[in-house]
Ligand binder design. Structure first.
Ligand code: PLP
Ligand code: 3DJ
Length: 411
């Protein structure tokens, strides 16, 4: 096969200038933004300023003078604009796992008399573990998890189910659920929905309000580029707010934290989902990273994402070198997120050989190599370079070398 000529594609790419806003490693093709997004230069500058001036000089006054106290809300509102959510429904806090816990318990409280959480068998493990944890805490009179394969979700919906917990884009194969259709089916059975948008936020167009989504969570460190361990976010539709209080009743979610009252009174609205003190360095980095999206639409981002994944998939499918690779990501662009997953019996060796050749991808057991495409900083040339290295490695049998037989701990 011939590697596509990508010069013209990069020249006409409306997002091409954004690459300059990131610090990317020299000589590498970074295709792991679905695990950890690249570093925006603005985030680096912001951390430096927060450390030197706000922490170094302004110290405690920064909670007011630099508005640290409202950062979870201001960052939440920036994320809301990427997800079709009107103000007052998104807050940035904690990590996805903790936010899942808070919202799962909220859903069970809102749905008294129903106790089942329906989820997908191959949901991301933390989503499954958190439902298990809530079940162990509340007991099986109050919470039971039912997991089914993706194609049985709709038929499994019945009136015992309190909550449907799904991840929109599957971390392994990149398959994307139709949030609008599934939410409608769930609501027809009186079921609330909680969507994990870890692999969607910042790269897939979302209309949370219009689709009547009840709850959502997502990561700050993937396509939002907020940095390692960046705070996550949670969305709770206005219609559900103020009906129940969340289980992790920390002081910053209190109606008047600085009244230091002995009893808990939840803050109005989504602010009650705050717990303890937020990590200001991480949240400041995320705040700056979100500004990279200014002036660009999520449809432009999605358009480039679909074009990059299509280019890569076409290249793989037409190359004889890839005859043993199976594209497990859906071939229809509307059905996939911003990654391409290839299944191969020696997937671990392929991933390691690619990394050695400067193409940063990851491996997911048992047999998947993931290529994550981040439209803000990846170019079409990156796609062609990754393809070129993949074909070279497969043709040379580099992935079969004995040194790739042992698995790294974190990939
Ligand atoms: C779908 C999904 N949910 C959640 C997480 C992470 O959750 P947390 O922020 O708790 O580490 C990830 C990635 O780690 C993920 O891929
Ligand atoms: N959060 C991660 C980490 O702390 C270390 C390594 C990887 C991750 C990830 O985000 C994994 C990712 N959610 C995945 O889709 O596999």
């Amino acid at each position: 096969m011939t590697i596509p000529d990508t010069v013209a594609l990069d020249r006409s790419d409306p997002l091409a200038s954004l690459r300059e806003q990131f610090l990317l490693p020299e000589g590498k093709v970074y295709l792991d933004g679905n695990s950890l997004g690249a570093l925006p230069k603005a985030a680096m500058a912001r951390i430096e300023a927060v450390v030197r001036k706000e922490w170094g000089q302004d110290l405690i006054s920064s909670w007011n003078s630099n508005d640290w106290i409202n950062l979870p809300i201001t960052v939440g509102e920036k994320i809301a604009t990427l997800m079709g959510a009107a103000p007052g429904q998104v807050i940035s806090c904690d990590n996805v796992s903790i936010n899942l816990f808070k919202l799962i318990v909220t859903a069970l409280q809102l749905q008294m008399g129903r106790k089942v959480i329906l989820t997908q068998k191959d949901n991301f493990p933390t989503d499954l573990y958190m439902t298990e944890g809530v079940g162990a805490l509340l007991g099986d009179q109050r919470c039971v998890t039912r997991s089914v394969p993706a194609d049985q979700l709709v038929e499994a919906m019945d009136t015992d189910i309190a909550l449907l917990l799904l991840t929109q884009v599957n971390f392994r194969d990149g398959r994307l659920h139709d949030i609008e259709a599934i939410t409608r089916a769930a609501h027809a059975n009186g079921i609330l929905v909680l969507w994990d948008l870890a692999h969607s936020a910042g790269v897939v167009p979302l209309e949370l309000d219009r689709w009547q989504v009840d709850m959502a969570v997502g990561c700050g460190y993937k396509f939002l580029n907020g940095g390692p361990g960046a705070p996550a976010f949670l969305y709770l539709a206005t219609r559900h707010q103020d009906k129940v209080s969340q289980p992790l009743s920390g002081w910053l979610g209190h109606a008047e934290p600085f009244a230091f009252e002995p009893g808990y009174r939840p803050a109005p609205g989504v602010s009650r989902y705050l717990g303890g003190t937020p990590g200001i360095l991480g949240m400041s980095a995320l705040d700056a990273a979100l500004d990279v999206f200014d002036g660009f639409t999520i449809d432009q981002i999605r358009g480039k994402s679909s074009a990059m994944t299509a280019l890569f998939i076409d290249g793989v499918r037409s190359a004889s070198e890839c005859s043993e690779c199976r594209v497990v990501t859906p071939l229809v662009p509307e059905e996939r997120g911003s990654q391409v997953s290839l299944a191969h019996p020696r997937a671990y060796g392929i991933a390691q050989a690619l990394i050695e050749a400067g193409v940063v991808v990851d491996f997911r057991a048992p047999d998947i190599v993931r290529f994550g495409f981040s439209p803000l900083y990846n170019s079409y040339r990156d796609v062609a370079d990754a393809l070129r290295q993949l074909l070279r490695i497969l043709a040379a049998g580099e992935h079969l070398q004995a040194r790739f037989d042992t698995r790294a701990k974190v990939t």
